[in-house]
Design a protein around this ligand. Structure first.
Ligand code: HEC
Length: 292
């Protein structure tokens, strides 16, 4: 009993600390940047937490959203960002038929070969091909983008995790927060409009964005603006909506089997609960006639 009370008390303490930490941070989100001579901590602002259909133990992808995200990727981001681990046929997971995927792949050209003369040639992409990269190599990609190669997008949503710090990471265990990647991508895409503080200088050719993980500015200019991509399902054509959709799509690209993983995880938990009960009953019956 004493232990239980102590446990509840310490939990309450941690929760209390959490609230005070959180309010302190909200009040001064860019504290590192404001102290003129201190080395700022990047990112200057923490990613904004968004609602995602795939969050939580019963999370599921919203296929309509993924299809819109694919449209944003193909019409905008794919001009610079490759996605070389994703093959066209996996797009069936977005709700497209085999024929639709085939037609989609045929919009692309890939290099194949060598043919019987030893020459490489290009042909229309097949569902088994992967998304072709916009640049032949990283050096060419960097040369075209002010020295910074746009990172490959296959695993980007899983590769960018911003440290959440104490005590947030303790709560994250209980809330099962795993959406740091999409929150980051969303915040980055919508973070260009924030005003640049006077005491922050950015290198030439880079663009101020307080959500960028490694500096105050990055080599990518604001890639998308309102009405740039036409949606045919009536969703709003705003940067906010584009950012949500493409972030969800990139999460899917990085983890297409998320729903299966969550379903299996839940079944394992149910099994463990039942198993614990059985073990307890077994123990009781085995020791029922033993003297203590
Ligand atoms: C004109 C080329 C270009 C386009 C179009 C573009 N990007 Fe980028 N992107 C870049 C470059 C260059 C970088 C590397 C920036 C750096 O490291 O300074 C980058 C970096 C990124 C990063 C990673 C930031 C990090 O933490 O390393 C994300 C996320 C990103 N882009 C998302 C997108 C999305 C989503 C789109 C489509 C809506 C898009 N980009 C379109 C050029 C582009």
């Amino acid at each position: 009993m004493k232990k239980l009370v102590a446990g509840i008390l310490s939990l309450a303490l941690v929760a209390g600390l959490g609230v005070s930490f959180a309010t302190a941070e909200d009040a001064a989100p860019a504290a590192g940047a404001e102290a003129e001579h201190a080395t700022p901590h990047y990112p200057l602002r923490h990613p904004k937490e968004q609602e995602w259909s795939f969050a939580g133990p019963f999370g599921k992808y919203d296929k309509g959203q993924l299809q819109r995200g694919l449209k944003v990727y193909t019409e905008v981001c794919s001009a610079c960002h490759s996605m070389h681990l994703v093959s066209f046929r996996t797009l069936e997971g977005l709700g497209y038929s085999e024929a639709q995927v085939k037609a989609f792949a045929a919009n692309y050209e890939v290099q194949d070969g060598p043919n019987s003369d030893g020459e490489m040639y290009t042909r229309k992409a097949l569902p088994s091909d992967h998304f072709p990269s916009p640049f032949p190599n990283d050096e060419a990609a960097a040369a075209a983008n002010n020295g910074a190669a746009p990172p490959d997008m296959s695993l980007l949503a899983k590769a960018r995790g911003i440290t959440r710090g104490f005590p947030q990471f303790i709560f994250d265990i209980f809330t099962q927060y795993q959406e740091g990647g999409p929150d980051y991508i969303y915040s980055l895409l919508t973070g260009y409009d924030e005003e640049q503080p006077a005491n922050i200088e950015v290198a030439e050719g880079t663009h101020y964005n307080p959500y960028f993980a490694n500096a105050a500015a990055l080599a990518m200019a604001k890639p998308i603006s309102d009405d740039q991509v036409t949606y045919d399902d009536g969703s709003p054509q705003t940067v906010d909506q584009y950012a949500h959709d493409v972030a969800a799509f990139l999460m899917w690209a990085a983890e297409p089997h998320l729903e299966e993983r969550k379903r299996t995880g839940f079944m394992v938990m149910v099994f463990l609960v039942i198993f614990t009960g059985l073990i307890y009953l077994t123990k009781k019956s085995v020791y029922a006639n033993k003297e203590h």
